[in-house]
Design a binder for this molecule. Sequence first.
Ligand code: TYM
Length: 332
Amino acid sequence: SARVLSGIQPTADSFHLGNLLGALRQWVALQDDFDAFYFVPDLHAITLPQEPKQLRARTRIAAAQILALGVDPSRSTLFVQSQVPEHAQLAWVLDCITGFGEASRMTQFKDKSSKNGSEQSSVGLFAYPMLMAADILLYRPALVPVGEDQRQHLELTRDLAQRFNSRFGKTFVVPEGHIVKETAKIYDLQDPTSKMSKSASTPAGLINILDEPKVSAKKIRSAVTDNEREIRFDPVEKAGVSNLLVIQSALSNTPVQTLVENYEGKGYGDLKSDTADVLTEFVVPLKAKVDEFLADPAELDRILADGAERARSIASATLAQVYDRVGFLAPS
Ligand code: TYM
């Protein structure tokens, strides 16, 4: 069957609600119909400084969360990027067909490098989108499930695939993004016009799925709304309320419209406490499962080693073809 591929960085002690609703839920759903490849991009993580011990721990925590959410390693391939060296190898080839100006236009690079200043920003941060393109193109997936913030990187991936194909002969599949409109961008609870992100200006705007439910409930109760009282879905005029509706809708599998109808005559306090309850119901069993996976790191590492082996069998075949087309001598 057709393939899907996606990745999520191991750069925090927990995934957040944006990661969950924008991407990870789609990962779990897609494995029913696709041959799925999911991975933890630790090579991407080091484009910003990481403490080695912490990176290793967070890589396992990331894998444990993906498994706890329902990615099934007997059907889907789950692996860690650094254990499949072909990613870095293909990235170099793609770096060499990417224009300097083209890479300079990536908005995520511009945001991250302007935060740190160009002297502090690494060349790796600049090359990040081409590594992401390599991650994808190695596996020839039909679909790449991601949130809205990855759209520009996917466009670059498609451009590079087409460019390589037209220069060297058809090699790559040009992938489509799978961006679910309703949840493609979950917003910061304190600043509901900015996306929820681990680098948010205040931790009060960010819901980590492994945090104590009480901590998250408090953040939801303090979420910024507006001065009206009416609960309706209007992302422009009522960004905060609409964000809570989207979150509750996704976590409870209830259409936003149904929620809005049920809230007729009720207030923001009801919306907030229900959203907190639905979140609590979701995260309590999830956290228990994550802890179970983390309690047996040897088994977790075995799952990842098995995934890396499966991933390599595909990645190495694509890379061999690329090396040949580019004009490298065959390995002896
Ligand atoms: P990362 O690790 O920042 O985020 C993981 C996934 O979560 C989505 N996401 C959101 N979705 C909705 N609302 C939000 N507020 C929100 N914040 C994050 C992201 O869109 C993403 O899907 N470059 C990627 C990782 C990567 C990758 C890949 C993805 C590396 N190689 C190949 C797909 C294919 C990243 O940094 O995502």
